[in-house]
Design a protein around this ligand. Sequence first.
Ligand code: AMP
Length: 604
Amino acid sequence: MAIIGIDLGTTNSLVTVWKDGASELIPNAFGEVLTPSVVSIDENGGVYVGKIARERLISHPENTASVFKRFMGTDKVYHLAERDYTPQELSAYVLKKLKEDAEKYLQETVTEAVISVPAYFNNAQRDATKQAGVLAGFKVDRIINEPSAAALACQQLYPEEDVMEMVFDFGGGTLDVSVVDCFDNVINVVSVSGDNHLGGYDFDMAMAKYFCEKQKIDYRELSRNERAAIIKSAELCKQELSTAEHSDMVVNYNGEKKELTFDTEKMIEASAGIFQRMLKPIKQALIGGDVTMDDIRRIILVGGSCKMPSVRLYLQHFLKKEVVFLGSPDTIVALGAGTYAGIKERKAEIKDMLLTDVCPFTLGVDIVGGSLSPIIERNNALPVSRSGIYQTVSDGQEELHFHIYQGEAPVASHNVLLGEIKLPVPKAPKGVEKADIRFTYDINGILEVDAKVLSTDETAHLVIVDEKNHMSEQQVNEALSSMQALKQHPRDKEENAYLISRCESLYALAGIQLREFLLHELEIFQYWLDRQDEMKIKKARNRFKTVLDLVEDKMKVFNMEDEFESFSAGWYKEAKKEELDLDMEDEWDEEELKDWFKEGHMTS
Ligand code: AMP
């Protein structure tokens, strides 16, 4: 049975499988390999995942959730259509969708997956990811660090070389930097570092705030919808700047058109802090691996945010190294996860390949005075087991009590608290009673703690999970049955639902007259859907799609609300006059409709 690889991304998710000697991307119902990590619930209890849900971010923001990966392992709750959802439940919907796509593609049931996570994910975040996998119906026995997956995929691209490389993985929500040594069949992750709150989304936010500042809009006063719309236009503007010299960011605010032209310099000015923050993890990764930039042959760029030429230039300028930008950086982690799935399946071509990973952070306990006593140092090869001896610090002390932390700050409480462990000890003068604390960190990045009082052999064992957010078996079962209660839309209905969502999100952005037009088109489509005649629906769908494509195209061409308004005004008037033939019994000619659009609007 096939094992699949999954990159559960902040913005998009991908699924892969090892097939015919290579890792292969699996397309979704739309024939696309990127499935947006967005979940939306409709008023009838139907769940949408991916592209349709992403459209609904604009038309139904209150019932749609995105960027939830950032909150994995926390107690954040999303309230959608009268129900609460945890980040792991939302992730489970995405995973379930990918599972279905994979099953359809492979024509077999898939139950096992290798899922990638950012190296900096702590126990609670990894645990939440595993739970999401379980909720989606997977056995997840391998969580792989994203930079390691990226390294694995890159090794497939440069298989003949024995070199040390730096993988710079800059996605929507996280930055991971790793130093990787590749020789023979071994891919050795030497050190990793990162910032799990730095990504493309920060550029969008920075540009959105810059825009508001220049337009004298108080960002804090904006509604959720208004913020979402401004951030979305900022993201589009940012992406356009990757291929164009200028890009206009246009926002319809309180019925008024607000506009600001960005060029790369202005974008950099708006997001200067983000560029600065990129260097820190690079330095940390070099120090952690005890290497210098001279040891590194090249920097491999991964992740959607590396499509920004300014990011590439910045790195080249500061690091003075060959920068390899792989055509489609956003697929690399997924391909690596697929390669790992192939290794797990012991596929002949790669069964001898070995991936060694490291512990991405220091793990330790607090000691008297509040400082952190490291037990497992960062960048130790995995799996790793280390122990330390700790003693009582006051006379007659009856208990040893440790807090377990992850992180690099010398003051224990400035790190991430993972859990605590208590051990009773016999009363004795200080320093007499001692305990051995052993940390075992496995290849999935899950920490186990064993403590033993030396004089009594009293032991305590702890698998570190965040009790507050870890779901009990009963909770998992409850979540599973409520997931089943939500309707999954059949695949063939997805295209229809997608067009409706697209129309609704165009509607949300459009002015009054165009809204009437879109509504009218939506009603026509709905009319044919209700009649449930597949042939007619197909025709109506083609027409609806062409109409939406043209509207979207025109919105891009004009990109200005007032021109757009007059364009739509003329358009609409003519549409009314001609009374567009709604009778679908007649053959409908796509070319004719296109011409009609051209004549009606380009010249008006
Ligand atoms: P990832 O998490 O790797 O899928 O990356 C997603 C991030 O990449 C998002 O913040 C996108 O806005 C960003 N991104 C995607 N395409 C581009 C592009 N052409 N130019 C700039 N940023 C992009």
